[in-house]
Design a protein around this ligand. Structure first.
Ligand code: TRH
Length: 406
């Protein structure tokens, strides 16, 4: 496709997008979705893809999650690898490359290519190569969605839903569509499953803490999910000196390793540690939690430190104050992304300053958290966002529109 063709396609798509409404009488209720996920590092890619897969399946869609390293699902979504989640199947990415295995599978109605993971050539050949005898029905090409990372920056609205024509390779001439998660009604929105409000309203903090063997005497609880912030030592010092006693609940993995380093690398089996005058700060190291229990952790705490995009969204829905450590990028692009998010949050100055220091954008002594002001900001932003429809609802509608246009 040359540049003029692209332009024509773009203009006709924009016009179409403004004019078309979903015809509910023609709505296709259940589709087969392939979600493709490559784990780069950390848990964000798999965490988001699994959450989307589970949410789609809970709404009656049939979903296959293709993933190159599914090991984290063992604790993040117990039963997922054993096929115990209805309408949801986890498949090994390596098999996508095996055209014989792929040919045996029913062709999907929708492809979700997550976070630029690039679909394997063999799969594209199988689906689009007109010379192949076993090619699935060419009239039923998949609706191809490019799922992007969450951001509050301006480009998210501008590029949401835009077509991205494929210019070369076996899929040349076909079109993917951007789907951008975001914080406004002109974006793809935020993942929020249907039963969340009810779960939150009936949550019992005391029993959850007991069931996880977290001894709690009514002290302030703070959760810690982070990378290796330079200000971590400053946080532990500040909490020790505070007149209010605190229990810091440290998540498994990089956060725990970072805290252990500050504590001088105590034995690996140390589960809790007290510091400061008369134990004003106690540190508890947690086992890996399921995504549901990760929510419960956030709901139990008076302040949550989160990192990456998926835990950020869960912190917003938790109705508690939170601090975000954004995933750092080499060119410091995350500074602009963080500023855009704080703007959307309408964050007070004290919270903006704390984020600057926590994210290493400045090297000030870490400030005193202002939980009253931060709680107010978190509740207001959460309430604003709750009024908007969730990501899966918007995605289903978008796919429906594209399906009707075909
Ligand atoms: O793990 P992350 O830092 O993921 C990051 C970011 O998404 C980043 O943008 C991306 O580029 C990079 O990965 C590759 O943070 P995130 O996004 O919050 O994902 C964490 C997931 O892990 C989330 O789904 C919650 C889940 N989780 C649990 O289920 N149990 C746990 O005990 C913990 C600590 C996390």
């Amino acid at each position: 496709m040359n540049f003029t063709d692209c332009l024509i396609e773009y203009v006709s798509w924009r016009t179409c997008r403004q004019a078309r409404r979903v015809d509910n009488s023609k709505m296709k209720s259940a589709r087969l979705w392939d979600i493709f996920c490559k784990v780069i590092d950390n848990y964000g890619d798999i965490g988001t893809c699994w959450r989307l897969a589970a949410d789609l399946a809970s709404r009656g869609q049939n979903v296959r999650l293709w993933i190159d390293d599914s090991s984290a699902l063992a604790w993040m979504a117990p039963g997922a690898l054993q096929g115990r989640w209805p309408r949801l199947e986890v498949l090994d990415w390596e098999n996508v490359w095996d055209s014989a295995a792929t040919a045996r599978l029913a062709p999907a109605d929708v492809w979700i290519e997550s976070f630029g993971c690039e679909l394997p050539v063999e799969l594209l050949e199988h689906r689009f190569d007109t010379t192949r005898s076993n090619r699935p029905d060419p009239g039923a090409d998949p609706i191809w969605i490019n799922l992007e990372y969450l951001s509050a920056e301006g480009f998210v609205e501008r590029t949401h839903c835009l077509p991205s024509p494929v210019m070369y390779g076996p899929a040349s001439g076909h079109t993917k569509f951007f789907f951008n998660p975001g914080f406004s009604i002109h974006t793809g929105g935020l993942l929020r499953e249907s039963g969340l409000a009810k779960r939150l309203a009936t949550f019992d903090r005391t029993s959850w803490l007991e069931s996880h063997a977290i001894g709690w005497q009514g002290e302030r609880l703070i959760s810690l999910f982070c990378y290796e912030p330079a200000a971590l030592e400053g946080l532990l010092e500040r909490l020790q000196r505070d007149t209010t006693s605190t229990q810091l609940l440290v998540t498994n993995g990089r956060a725990a390793a970072a805290v252990r380093r500050v504590l001088g690398n105590p034995p690996a089996d140390l589960k809790s540690h007290s510091m400061g005058p008369s134990g004003s700060l106690s540190v508890t190291f947690l086992a890996p939690l399921s995504q549901a229990d990760f929510d419960h952790l956030l709901w139990s705490c008076n302040l949550n430190f989160v990192r990456g995009e998926d835990s950020l969204v869960r912190a917003i829905w938790a109705e508690k104050p939170f601090v975000w450590q954004i995933y750092p990028q080499h060119d410091n692009a995350h500074h602009t992304k963080l500023a855009a998010f704080l703007q959307v949050m309408d964050a007070p100055q004290s919270l903006r300053q704390f984020h600057q220091t926590w994210n290493g954008i400045d090297s000030q002594v870490l400030q005193q958290p202002d939980l009253t002001e931060w709680t107010d900001a978190a509740l207001k932003a959460g309430a604003r966002l709750l009024h908007q429809s969730d990501l899966t609802t918007r995605l289903l509608k978008f796919v429906e529109q594209l399906g009707q246009a075909n």
